[in-house]
Design a protein around this ligand. Sequence first.
Ligand code: UVW
Length: 323
Amino acid sequence: MADQAQPKHMRDLLRDMPKNWGRWGANDELGSINFLTAAEVVRGARAVRSGKVFAIGVPVGRKEGDPIYPGRGQPVKTMNMDKGFYYNDAGPEFPGGLEYADDVIFMYVQGTTQYDALGHVWYDDKLYNGYDAKTTIGGLKKCSIQPIAEHGVVGRGVLLDVARYKGVDHLAPNQQITLADLEATAEKQKVKIEKHDLLVIRTGWMRLFYEKGADAFFPNKTLAEPGITDEPALIRWFHEMEIPSFSTDTIANEQTSSSVSGVFLPLHGALLRNLGIPFNEICYLEDLADDCAEDGQYDFLFVGAPLKIVGGTGSPVNPYCIK
Ligand code: UVW
């Protein structure tokens, strides 16, 4: 355990860790999504057996509030046309009598289930592939979510239900998930993790939000999430397995404060910035997990379709896991 009072800078912490910069050329903005070729889509489609579809996005704009990073506001959704406007003679009249409802939503692109673009985070003034952090000013000119949205995130998905493996409803605040935990979970589930799989890691943490509320989910109004972290073997494994992207049922996809280094969200540096792995965060995995436990099938076709937000740091998404 490193000195928690003085965690290392990511520059030093990750100095000997792998990077995919330059691997797909100097102009690349897709990163590990490059691994998702047409052959990978076919491999994913082969996992479809029953046709059951699980939509793992969370509901957006609930009156009680949504699970969102504490520094971000809740979505604001208002009606700007509905039957009330017509009762007040403010609804447009169309020949034929058609009427309609319209609404507006104002929200953070990371304010629900989302993909982080590769330009969402950086350190040492460099984004993925070495692009200058200045390219983020006024909207991402490099590594926005748009190229990933054009490509799509489609392939073989594998659920790793770590909470069920450990026999708990949800992991504890800031509990580390190790590489050994991932491998033991896969072994218990009798599923083989293959190269280029889209990993879906369940901690049960999102269940806490919907069952016990925001105060349990954000102890002391802060993020204290369980998850994988900057364990060197785990970072190398993601690199060797050429994992294109991964999803979790937490806000940030990793242990909030690393048990290994004390650094805050180190995998945002090691995986997202250095390996070019976009994170799919804030997923709801309870229904998918229950079904996998019931039928013993933990692999599926994963379809993530972020929006083509021009210059966007990320995008809301509702991925489908099709069994
Ligand atoms: C940050 O913005 C730091 O985290 P996230 O990727 O969870 O949005």
